[in-house]
Design a protein. Structure first.
Length: 273
């Protein structure tokens, strides 16, 4: 096997370019000339079949401990104000087994991991960092791409502000997503990030009073309602799943769960990637 470093040897690049432009570049040829024509990096030239046989003959079986399912957490009490944990435990109870979860509720991510099961293939979408604004458009795309499975988008009342206009797209394209807004009246994850970076809490724009998300959804042409009491939650969710149209449930929840950018890794640390 030959190794060609720095990707270029005089005389070979022109041949490579000529064949590429003519559309006759052979794919898979073990050619030092073609390897040398790469203008950057390191190219390896060798026999793929021989390499695969060598790896197969010399690889050793690695012992792996059998994975066990996490112990289910006890259902939280139906406290008032509603807790994020109670919301997700009720959602887990009523959602279809093949529902698709596309979440963007960073300060409540730990409770989502504790109480929400999503063990079907292609059933859970999130990010391994604190980026905001992806949840609504991603959920709509997932619903349009797979209309036979119901997509649920739990999203914070701060997170939803980054791409709230996507509600219009859901209504116009009849993407039957159920948007569940966790309304605690502030950017909890960003407040925690203020603590993490030691900048203090004297930062403007961290509180979100006076935003009527239900009326905003109505303005975009979407069915929406507010949920304030724990006993209202299960009937509202069952009604939402029974109705084949896009809709928004705004759930008033207790403040709390202010982890750094919402990444509560005490629940399932390895599963963020």
């Amino acid at each position: 096997m030959a190794i060609v470093s720095n990707g270029y040897q005089s005389g070979f690049a022109n041949e490579f370019a000529t064949e590429s432009m003519a559309g006759t570049l052979p794919i898979g040829r073990n050619s030092p000339q073609h390897a040398a024509a790469a203008l950057a990096g390191t190219s390896l030239v060798g026999n793929l079949a021989a390499a695969a046989q060598y790896i197969r003959a010399h690889a050793k079986v690695r012992e792996r401990a059998s994975s066990s399912r996490p112990v289910k957490a006890e259902p939280p009490a139906p406290d008032y104000p509603i807790t994020a944990g109670f919301l997700f435990s009720v959602l887990n109870k009523v959602k279809p087994h093949d529902a698709v979860i596309c979440e963007e509720c960073p300060s409540s991510k730990g409770d989502l991991d504790r109480y929400l099961d999503a063990d079907e293939p292609n059933s859970f979408y999130s990010v391994p960092n604190g980026v905001l604004g992806f949840g609504l458009p991603a959920a709509i795309g997932l619903q349009l791409g797979d209309p036979d499975r119901r997509v649920v988008c739990p999203v914070g009342d701060g997170s939803i502000q980054y791409s709230i206009q996507a509600l219009w797209s859901a209504a116009q394209y009849k993407a039957n997503v159920i948007f569940i807004v966790l309304r605690n009246g502030d950017y909890s994850a960003l407040k925690s990030f203020c603590d993490f970076t030691n900048v203090g809490r004297n930062v403007h724009g961290m509180d979100l009073p006076g935003i009527d998300i239900v009326k905003i959804a109505h303005g975009y042409g979407m069915l929406a309602k507010e949920i304030d009491r724990p006993e209202e939650l299960e009937p509202a969710l069952r009604e939402a799943f029974a109705l084949p149209r896009p809709q928004l449930l705004c759930v008033n929840i207790a403040k709390g769960g202010q982890k750094c950018m919402g990444m509560d890794q005490s629940v399932n640390p390895p599963r963020y990637r």
